[in-house]
Design a protein around this ligand. Structure first.
Ligand SMILES: Nc1ncnc2c1ncn2[C@@H]1O[C@H](COP(=O)(O)OP(=O)(O)OP(=O)(O)O)[C@@H](O)[C@H]1O
Length: 247
């Protein structure tokens, strides 16, 4: 089942097209890593896909009412700061309430558990550390319990264990039949946990497919200007950026 379809999506910022004629679909069961250098258009693509900014072409979610979109897709923007002095449980429950569900809906506790926030549930959200606040905002998006989750650099600021746990949660969601589109700068996390990687570069999709097919030496040099180390281990594939290459 297709959960997101973009047809010929073009987004202009000032005189330049940040994205030009991008077409893709995302189906149920996929954990899609959206990667690309700074400024490649990852945030732009996700916001335009959700109808949160003007674009030419078609995005399947863009024409929906806010309520209909909230039933289809949860959006986790880049900034992880919480301004409101409300409890963690209350803030996470806002995800359920966005779907018209009660604050004590089972999805709220499930989201708190998934992000290991049980001990924090009664704490005031804006009194938590930066990484703890980031986990709370991920939990709020999870509590929305939508077919599609779009998350913009959700692992930024998380410690290594929480990064891995978060990516496992996304992969588990995909295995349960949801789909996740997650922008990442950590190529190792993307290689290890995503079922599919889409590379944005120069206004378009430079590559799209399974991690080992996409993260080639040629693409690393051309798009990111780096070399990478890769290995197969008993615990799975390892991918690590090693050095810059001359342009
Ligand atoms: N309001 C704006 N006016 C003009 N250009 C903009 C505006 N907002 C963003 N841009 C440009 O659009 C391009 C894409 O930005 P976007 O935030 O989508 O990139 P990104 O891939 O998410 O980058 P990063 O990895 O740094 O977060 C960038 O070159 C940026 O400078």
């Amino acid at each position: 089942m297709t959960l997101l379809r973009l047809d010929n999506l073009t987004v202009r910022r000032g005189p330049c097209a940040v994205l030009s004629h991008v077409s893709l679909t995302v189906g149920a069961g996929e954990c899609v890593g959206l990667i690309g250098p700074n400024g490649a258009g990852k945030t732009t693509l996700m916001r335009a896909a959700l109808g949160l900014m003007p674009a030419e072409g078609t995005a399947s979610l863009a024409g929906l009412t806010a309520a209909a979109r909230a039933a289809q897709a949860a959006w986790l923007p880049q900034s992880p700061q919480i301004a409101w002095p409300v409890s963690v449980r209350h803030l996470v429950s806002l995800g359920a309430m966005a779907r018209g569900r009660p604050a004590d809906h089972p999805t709220v506790q499930r989201a708190l558990d998934r992000m290991a926030l049980g001990p924090f549930a009664g704490r005031t959200a804006n009194g938590l550390s930066g990484g703890e606040q980031a986990r709370v905002l991920i939990a709020r998006a999870l509590a929305q319990d939508t077919p599609l989750l779009m998350a913009d650099e959700p692992t930024a600021g998380l410690d290594p264990a929480q990064q891995i746990r978060t990516m496992r949660v996304f992969r588990d969601l995909a295995a349960e039949g949801h789909s996740v589109v997650v922008s990442l700068h950590d190529l190792g996390l993307a290689a290890r946990h995503c079922t599919r990687i889409i590379v944005l570069h120069a206004g378009g999709v430079a590559a799209d497919g399974p991690p080992d097919a996409v993260l080639t030496d040629a693409l690393m040099a051309r798009v990111f200007g780096i070399t990478a180390y890769r290995a197969e281990t008993a615990a799975g594939a390892v991918f690590f950026p090693m050095d810059t290459v001359a342009p």
